[in-house]
Design a protein around this ligand. Structure first.
Ligand code: SF4
Ligand code: SF4
Length: 192
C-alpha cells in the first residue's frame, strides 16, 4: 500500500501580521476596552442583564423549543390519541408509544409514552406532526440526569396541565400577543 506523505506548512511566527504575538496583544487590548467600558456602564447605573441562575430564571420567549411534553386536559387525561405520528416523525426515534383502547370518546390513548431525552434534539418535528396539539415544546430545559435511565421520561413525567402550556399553544396557533416593544428590564423581571 502506498503511503502518502502530507507536509503541513506552518507559517513562522512574525512580529506583525495575523500569526504573531502582536495579534495576541491586539486581542487583549480589545478585551480590556470592553471590560473597562462595561465597568464604566455599571458605575453609571446601567442594569445587569446577567441571570443569576438558579436563583433567577430567564423567562424564555414563546418561540423557544425546550423539551417536548404532553398536554394534560382539564379532566386530567392526556390529549394524545396514540396515533403514532410524532413517533414516526421523530428523526432520532426517541419516542416510544404503546397504544391502548379506551371507552372514552377518543377511543385510543397511549398506555406507554416514553421519550428518551438523551436523544431528543429539540427539533420540534413531533409537535408539528401532531394533529391534536397533544405534544408541544415546553420552555423546560433543565433535564439533565445522572444516568441514562434517568433520561427516559415516561408519560407520568411528561404530562403538563394545558393552562401551563397556553403561551406555546397560542403561539402555534398564531394567537399569541407579543408584548409591546419598550425599554429592557432586568432578566429576573422579564415575562412577569
Ligand atoms: S423534538 Fe425532535 S428529536 Fe425530540 S422528540 Fe420531538 S421529534 Fe424527536
Ligand atoms: S402525534 Fe400527537 S396524538 Fe399522535 S401519538 Fe403523538 S402526541 Fe399523540
Amino acid at each position: 500500500m502506498a503511503v502518502r506523505v502530507v507536509k503541513v506548512v506552518r507559517p513562522a511566527l512574525r512580529v506583525v501580521g495575523p500569526h504573531s504575538s502582536w495579534a495576541v496583544l491586539v486581542g487583549l487590548w480589545v478585551t480590556t476596552v470592553h471590560l473597562v467600558r462595561n465597568l464604566a456602564g455599571f458605575a453609571r447605573g446601567r442594569q445587569d442583564f446577567t441571570v443569576h441562575f438558579p436563583e433567577q430564571r430567564f423567562m424564555q420567549p414563546p418561540a423557544m423549543r425546550g423539551m417536548p411534553v404532553l398536554v394534560r386536559m382539564e379532566n386530567g387525561k392526556e390529549r394524545c390519541v396514540a396515533c403514532g405520528l410524532c413517533e414516526w416523525a421523530c428523526p432520532t426515534t426517541c419516542i416510544t408509544i404503546y397504544p391502548a383502547e379506551t371507552a372514552d370518546e377518543v377511543e385510543r390513548y397511549p398506555e406507554v409514552f416514553d421519550i428518551d431525552m438523551s436523544r431528543c434534539m429539540f427539533c420540534g418535528l413531533c409537535e408539528e406532526a401532531c394533529p391534536e396539539e397533544a405534544i408541544v415544546m415546553s420552555r423546560q430545559v433543565e433535564i439533565s440526569s445522572y444516568s441514562r435511565r434517568g433520561s427516559l421520561w415516561h408519560k407520568v413525567d411528561l404530562l403538563v396541565p394545558e393552562d401551563r402550556l397556553k403561551t406555546r399553544i397560542d403561539f402555534l396557533r398564531g394567537e399569541y400577543e407579543f408584548p409591546p416593544a419598550g425599554p429592557q428590564v432586568p432578566a429576573n423581571d422579564r415575562g412577569k
